[in-house]
Design a protein around this ligand. Structure first.
Ligand SMILES: *Cc1c(COP(=O)(O)O)cnc(C)c1O
Length: 408
């Protein structure tokens, strides 16, 4: 008697399929080293993979704040925020965050992913309509799916397509969602234009500023401030979301905006209500991080200098190759290689030269646009960037194979 095959037996084959498509992901075990270096599986590498854009993740002041926070508040919050987990540190951080981004009120979450998958279904549901940029982060997409609202996906940055979709929608409640800085391309959304459309069609705009907070705008106040849409110019139609594990160097996220909207999210966001509050020591550390972000303009100045240096250097590398550099003025620079295997080969070539740049493959990015996602940080030196450019120059495909055929 043979037992019928079980679907559980298929997992090894399914993993083998990932291998065949060069799509299997592997984690590397890392340890921090000084500067922008990481020890990776025992090897010391110059790393261009971290979203620690301001180089704050290992800052001595923040390490001290974390220890102090642990001594004052313990290491765990013990409960969800609506039971007994809303520590004095978390409360103080929310006030600091609202003041920092110049919006009426903020709500602090333990993670950005949890923020978006929770707030979207709290805002719209069955019978409502969602309008989502095609390159939005996975957690906005997952939040959209959870909401059961009708989803209209518009081509990346295509405001005309968004306008027609809004005009055609009979839904009374409309939510437009966009990354402020797109995570795999580094380009900045036209937030004023998105907001103008939202005004016209009575829609709410949710912007995810995971990659702009701390980096863009005066004193790093983020993408809304970059466009002058905070303080007296703040609109109640904008819900601002940002994460605290990237430029802020710690962990967590927050959503900020109109008082009543934030109160509603506090009441209705399931990922907020049914989850243990973030450890207060992190909130305590983040308050210190906000002070550093505000005070240390040199970090943003240095980062901008590195961005220019990298983009200038890569012009020589790109010539005659099929590679393309994304149109980005931010710390995220996409070097689009094309095929999965080719992108992995360049990543491996860099690793052999002591440099770590992650290859990003589908489904994270569209098929055929596998890329190196170069993330710059204020922790890098000019020499670090030059070293990366030199290594990429050595690894570029032979120009002859990639020139366009001459038409005769
Ligand atoms: C990283 C990221 C998130 C998720 O934030 P976490 O705090 O890491 O969960 C959300 N949105 C965007 C655009 C991101 O890049």
């Amino acid at each position: 008697m043979s037992t019928p095959p079980s679907w559980l037996d298929e997992f090894p084959q399914r993993i083998a399929e990932l291998d065949r498509g060069h799509l299997r992901r592997r984690r590397r075990v890392v340890l921090p080293e000084p500067g922008a270096r990481l020890q990776v599986d025992g090897q010391s590498l110059l790393a261009f993979c971290s979203n620690d854009y301001l180089g704050l993740a290992n800052h001595p002041t923040l390490i001290e704040a974390a220890c102090d926070g642990a001594r004052q508040f313990g290491v765990g919050s013990g409960a969800s925020p609506l039971v007994s987990g809303h520590s004095a540190a978390n409360e103080a951080l929310e006030h600091d965050l609202a003041a920092f981004v110049q919006l009426p009120r903020a709500l602090y979450f333990y993670a950005g992913y949890a923020t978006n998958i929770g707030i979207v279904p709290a805002l719209v549901g069955d019978g409502d309509a969602l309008f989502s940029d095609a390159l939005n982060h996975a957690c906005l997409i997952d939040g959209a799916r959870l909401s059961k609202a009708q989803i209209h996906r518009y081509p990346h940055g295509d405001l005309l397509a968004l306008e027609s979709a809004l005009a055609a929608s009979p839904a009374r409640r409309k939510l437009v969602m966009s990354d402020a800085v797109f995570s795999m391309d580094g380009d900045i959304a036209n937030i004023p234009a998105l907001l103008a459309l939202c005004e016209r069609f009575d829609a709410l705009l949710l912007v995810d500023d995971a990659h702009g907070f701390g980096v863009l705008g005066p004193q790093g106040r983020g993408s809304l401030a970059h466009f002058g849409l905070t303080g007296a110019q703040a609109s109640r139609r904008v819900l601002y979301m940002a994460t605290l594990g990237k430029a802020a160097g710690v962990a967590g996220a927050f959503v900020a905006g109109d008082e009543a909207l934030i109160e509603w999210l506090l009441q209705k966001t399931r990922s907020y209500i049914f989850a243990t509050a973030a450890p207060p020591l992190l909130a305590h550390t983040l308050r210190e991080s906000l002070r550093l972000i505000e005070a240390e303009q040199w970090r943003r100045d240095h980062l901008n200098q590195l961005i220019t240096r990298l983009r200038d250097g890569l012009q020589t590398v790109l010539r005659g190759t099929g590679w393309q550099l994304g149109d980005s003025r931010t710390a995220v620079q996409a070097l689009v290689i094309g095929g999965n295997e080719a992108a992995l080969a360049v990543m491996e070539g860099l690793r052999q030269r002591g440099i770590w740049v992650p290859a990003i493959r589908p489904p994270t990015v569209p098929a055929g646009t596998a890329r190196l996602r170069i993330a710059l940080s204020a922790a890098h030196t000019v020499a670090d960037v030059d070293k990366l450019v030199q290594a990429l120059y050595e690894l570029r495909p032979a120009a002859a194979n990639h020139q366009h055929p001459t038409i005769s």
